[in-house]
Design a protein around this ligand. Structure first.
Ligand code: C2E
Ligand code: CA
Ligand code: CA
Length: 630
């Protein structure tokens, strides 16, 4: 028991200097070994002329030189393990030390050579060479000193107490090796660790992966990237951003298993390398990491909710012949493609790499490139979908929905390009254009049919991240002459989570202009009802997934009923999205939901098509769009 404890303590102490798996990267090690090998050989050969010059018999000198060169064949690179190879080179270097002392007839200064060698073999950054040094001291001063008592540099004490001398020398070697390894660890921390979080960095990730793949062992990479982190950094400042990164690092480390390597690659991108398999699939591990990252976090005195996306790649998806070298790069690239896919799907999820993603990524890259200047080229169009009164069927207003007519790819759906425009920042320019176009259109319709037509415009989180949005909205109202109360800005819940206080303040300013605020896709995010009470909101749009489930009755019905109830108690309007069947409409009416939007009533269509229907039915009260189906 006690030896067990001592052993553990020893392991911990040495582990602090040389933790497992923290070995020198292979190519660095080989480079250093080659230098030491050349030195050992040169040194051995130089002893020959030196011995002869000092007048020693040729046979004796040849014998001693042979002893020095003897271990070197074992030290030839790539044949044996690192331990054997480095031990052989070290033995040769130390043997040269002993021979030098012998040839110089016990010259004290010749002895210093030994410590030069200690410094040299420290380049291996391993305990083995120091162990060899210790072994030589024990053999030379201890064992040999006991068998054939000899003085050490005229210290006759060494004759009577050989082990005392052994201890003295061994102590120096131990101290020297600890000093070398400690300084290496310090350097390593600077070079291989991320200074902000203390996690491993990209170099280490590459090394661990390369080693695992070379051993033909299974490996997987989970790349994690925080959702909307740029906005946190921009709005809250770098200090808060750093705090978020540190907390994320702590959370990831806390749930990583022994053997997993957690790293920060750059910015808000983290990686976990899974090796050896834990009987848990990489995608399940990724879900675990996402769950750990999620959850409220207090930074800069305010509560933030952090979300992340993850891309997973498993070495099993690498083709044959890709298991070495660039296999590492490919695996990281696959994980990156999967991560991009997770982001494109809206974030807060894990996606596992599949072959097709290479093509999907190329497609996205093309779209991203073409988004540049899209407004100026006139490829964008706003379509309009009517919002109707569930009771009378009359049109209450419209929602503006963006369309991109790509010259080569045809019509690109907003779910495909809006996330790209958000991540690249293009969404600010595009969103401003949508606002101006839609406001103008609504003003024109209002004038034409002599009653106020309301318009809902979707605002992206990126647009709402800065204060300029207030000026942009005010300008759109001014230019178009649209009364503010006819404009509704639709925002999604996820937005509130990132920067609740900032968003709430901006929403207040917008509302002060007179516009109305709608929470879009309500029920799908994390926000929940508690946010509603604290926010300047006028309308709740029940997400289409709940409306779709209404047909079966059950929990969706209960949920929609409680949303309608809550909205009523807070004095908010409710719009049910995605109504496709009469049955859904009937259930919604029974639940006292007043407004709806969906293919049952109207699909989103161009302004021309809306106006056309309006003109044809100009005398009727139920205005534009409701009759238009596509
Ligand atoms: P959203 O704001 O939730 O818009 C409603 C989406 O549901 C629209 O898809 C609409 O065509 C679709 N929809 C309406 N009724 C039905 C129905 O009965 N059944 C089904 N299955 N779908 C229905 P769309 O036009 O593809 O837009 C998708 C999303 O893209 C929008 O979701 C919105 O988040 C975003 N988006 C669209 N235009 C803009 C924009 O100008 N700016 C921003 N930031 N986002 C936009
Ligand atoms: Ca919307
Ligand atoms: Ca919606």
């Amino acid at each position: 028991m006690r030896t067990g404890a001592t052993w553990t303590a020893l392991r911990t102490a040495t582990g602090a200097l040389l933790p497992r798996g923290r070995r020198l990267p292979e190519d660095v090690w080989r480079r250093r070994h080659r230098v030491l090998l050349v030195l050992a050989t040169t040194q051995g050969l130089c002893l020959l002329p030196l011995g002869l010059a000092l007048g020693h018999p040729v046979a004796r000198v040849l014998l001693l030189v042979a002893v020095v060169l003897l271990p070197l064949p074992v030290a030839l690179p790539h044949r044996w393990s690192r331990a054997a190879t480095s031990a052989a080179a070290t033995a040769s270097l130390f043997a040269a030390s002993a021979v030098l002392v012998d040839l110089t007839g016990g010259l004290i200064e010749a002895h210093f050579h030994f410590f030069v060698v200690v410094g040299l073999v420290a380049l291996y950054q391993d305990w083995v060479p120091f162990g060899v040094g210790l072994g030589i001291v024990v053999l030379h001063h201890g064992v040999l000193g006991t068998l054939v008592p000899h003085s050490v540099y005229a210290h006759h004490d060494a004759m009577t107490h050989p082990w005392r001398w052994t201890l003295l020398h061994a102590g120096f070697i131990l101290a020297a090796s600890c000093a070398h390894l400690a300084s290496w660890r310090l350097n390593e921390q600077q070079g291989l660790q991320d200074p902000l979080t203390g996690l491993a960095n990209r170099i280490q990730v590459g090394e661990v992966l390369r080693r695992t793949l070379t051993d033909d062992a299974p490996a997987a990479v989970v790349l994690l990237d925080l959702d909307g982190f740029k906005a946190v950094n921009d709005v809250r400042g770098n200090a808060v951003g750093d705090e978020v990164l540190r907390t994320t690092a702590r959370r990831l480390r806390a749930v990583a298993r022994a053997g997993d390597r957690v790293a920060r690659l750059d910015g808000d991108t983290f990686a976990v390398v899974l090796t050896g398999g834990h009987g848990e699939s990489a995608s399940r591990a990724a879900e675990r990491f996402l769950a750990a990252v999620r959850g409220p976090l207090t930074a800069g005195g305010q509560e933030l909710a952090v979300r992340a996306s993850a891309g997973v790649a498993d070495s099993a998806t690498l083709g044959a012949g890709e298991s070495t070298g660039d296999g590492t790069e490919r695996l990281l690239h696959h994980a990156d493609l999967a991560l991009q896919e997770a982001k494109a799907l809206g974030g807060d999820r894990a996606v596992t790499y599949a072959q097709a993603m290479g093509r999907a990524a190329a497609h996205r890259a093309q779209l991203l490139e073409d988004l540049q200047g899209v407004v100026g080229r006139g490829e964008l169009e706003v379509h309009y979908q009517a919002t109707v009164e569930l009771d009378g069927g009359g049109t209450e207003g419209f929602e503006a929905l963006l369309r991109w007519h790509h010259p080569v790819l045809g019509t690109v759906p907003p779910l495909e390009f809006v996330p790209l425009a958000e991540s690249s920042g293009h969404v600010v320019e595009i969103g401003t254009w949508v606002l101006r176009t839609a406001a103008q259109q609504a003003a024109q319709w209002s004038r034409r049919c002599g009653r106020p037509v309301t318009i809902g415009v979707n605002l992206s989180a990126v647009q709402l991240a800065g204060d300029e949005v207030v000026d942009v909205v005010a300008a759109a109202l001014r230019e178009s002459g649209l009364p503010a109360r006819q404009l509704t800005l639709e925002i999604t819940e996820s937005l509130l989570v990132h920067d609740f206080v900032g968003t709430a303040a901006r929403l207040e300013k917008l509302r002060a202009l007179g516009v109305r605020i709608a929470i879009d896709d309500f029920g799908t995010g994390y926000s929940s009802l508690s946010y509603l009470r604290r926010l300047p909101v006028d309308i709740v749009k029940v997400d289409r997934s709940f409306v779709g489930d209404l047909t079966g009755g059950g929990s969706a019905t209960t949920l929609v009923a409680s949303i309608v109830e809550l909205a009523r108690s807070l004095g908010l309007d409710v719009i049910a999205e995605g109504v496709e069947t009469e049955q859904q409409a009937g259930t919604l009416r029974a639940l006292n939901c007043a407004l709806a939007q969906g293919y049952l009533y109207a699909r989103p269509v161009s302004a021309a098509q809306v106006a056309l229907a309006g003109a044809e039915r100009s005398s009727e009260h139920s205005a534009e769009g409701t009759a238009v189906t596509h």
